[in-house]
Design a protein around this ligand. Structure first.
Ligand SMILES: Nc1ncnc2c1ncn2[C@@H]1O[C@H](COP(=O)(O)OP(=O)(O)OP(=O)(O)O)[C@@H](O)[C@H]1O
Ligand SMILES: [Mg+2]
Length: 335
């Protein structure tokens, strides 16, 4: 059974900006689907249509066979959504934010307190329930927002960059909760991320979107199998040799490409790296150089992303996180 069914979806913003065009894909019930793509690819736009915040220009989207444009109220009852930008109210406490969401989701008054307590426990925030959100760390805010989105036991949870700017411990906790929701409650999770290790750790299915169109879809293993090449990274003992001669020799191996990352670090992409390693080491030796270190690996999701989008993932660092916090402050000042 499909949790999400998107057919020929397009969105053109004012000013003729084509954010998504003819996008079609399905997400099986109970899966963790990762939506990956460069900045501006159309990920958040697709999510906003699915969570009924925006109408598509053309095409259909259904969640558990309910049309998102025609029956937005029904959809909102069965989904949870954590937007890319921070959404919790900094001037309220964690408890107050949850109470607000509980009312918004029309959770019956007699069930509210227990449900809020359960969420605080699950998200490891019980001890900070009465602190203002402004005093929370980035990871705590994100956990609270995920908690808000699942108060009403949604069947599908949409998370737009759930761990942006979090430290490894904060990220690990969010991952644990996502896995738990998926495993224990059978919740379908639809997430976007710029972190490849996150997609690898969590996702059973991955869709890659580039300039508004789906360029690949499959399990992480299936997608990696489409790459066909692995990488050999070699640290050389010296830089006293002709780089172009060595590159010519190596790239004469069928299907091989190579580049120097710095004068002593050579990166080679080749089908079946293990089969060619002896030959490559021999070529290096004939150039009078020895090898200080060697790393051999199969295709990664980073390679997959590169193949289907032609770009590396732009990972948001602390700078972007800071800008999100500043944005939140300026929004509050303005209101
Ligand atoms: N409200 C809007 N009005 C006009 N154009 C918009 C609007 N929102 C997004 N866009 C444009 O639509 C395109 C897709 O944007 P979107 O936010 O969906 O991308 P994204 O994949 O989520 O990117 P990111 O990884 O940076 O979050 C971009 O060109 C963006 O500038
Ligand atoms: Mg986005």
């Amino acid at each position: 059974m499909n949790a999400i069914d998107v057919q020929h979806l397009s969105k053109i913003y004012r000013g003729d900006i084509k954010a998504i065009s003819d996008l079609s894909f399905t997400v099986g019930a109970g899966s963790v689907f990762g939506f990956l793509g460069p900045n501006g690819a159309g990920k958040s736009t697709a999510i906003k249509i699915l969570v009924t915040l925006m109408n598509p220009t053309a095409g259909d989207a259904r969640i558990f066979d309910i049309d998102v444009s025609q029956k937005p109220k029904e959809i909102r009852r069965i989904i949870g959504y954590v937007p890319q930008e921070l959404s919790a109210d900094g001037s309220l406490t964690g408890y107050e934010n949850l109470l607000l969401s509980a009312k918004l989701y029309e959770i019956p008054p007699k069930e509210r307190e227990q449900r809020i307590a359960d969420i605080l426990e699950m998200m490891e925030l019980a001890s900070r329930a009465d602190s203002l959100i402004d005093t929370y760390s980035g990871g705590m805010v994100r956990r609270l927002e995920i908690g808000q989105a699942m108060l009403h036991h949604p069947r599908v949870l949409f998370l737009d960059e759930p761990t942006i700017g979090l430290d490894p411990a904060g990220r690990a906790l969010v991952w644990r909760q996502i896995r738990k929701l998926n495993h224990d409650e059978g919740m379908t999770i639809f997430l976007t991320t710029h972190y490849m290790e996150e997609a690898e750790a969590l996702c059973t299915q991955i869709g890659i979107i580039d300039r508004g169109q789906l360029s690949a879809v499959g399990s992480p293993t299936q997608l990696k199998e489409t790459i066909g090449v692995g990488t050999i990274r070699i640290v050389l003992s010296s830089s006293q040799f002709s780089q172009s001669t060595l590159l010519d020799m190596i790239t004469s191996i069928p299907g091989a490409s190579a580049l120097f990352q710095d004068p002593q670090i050579l990166e080679i992409k080749v089908p079946n790296p293990a089969e060619h390693i002896t030959e490559i080491l021999q070529l290096i030796k004939t150039n009078g150089i020895s090898v200080n270190d060697l790393e051999l690996r199969g295709p990664t999701l980073e390679d997959v992303f590169l193949k289907y989008t032609g770009s590396h993932l732009e990972v948001a660092g602390p700078k972007e996180w800071k800008s999100i916090k500043q944005r939140r402050r300026s929004v509050r000042r303005a209101s």
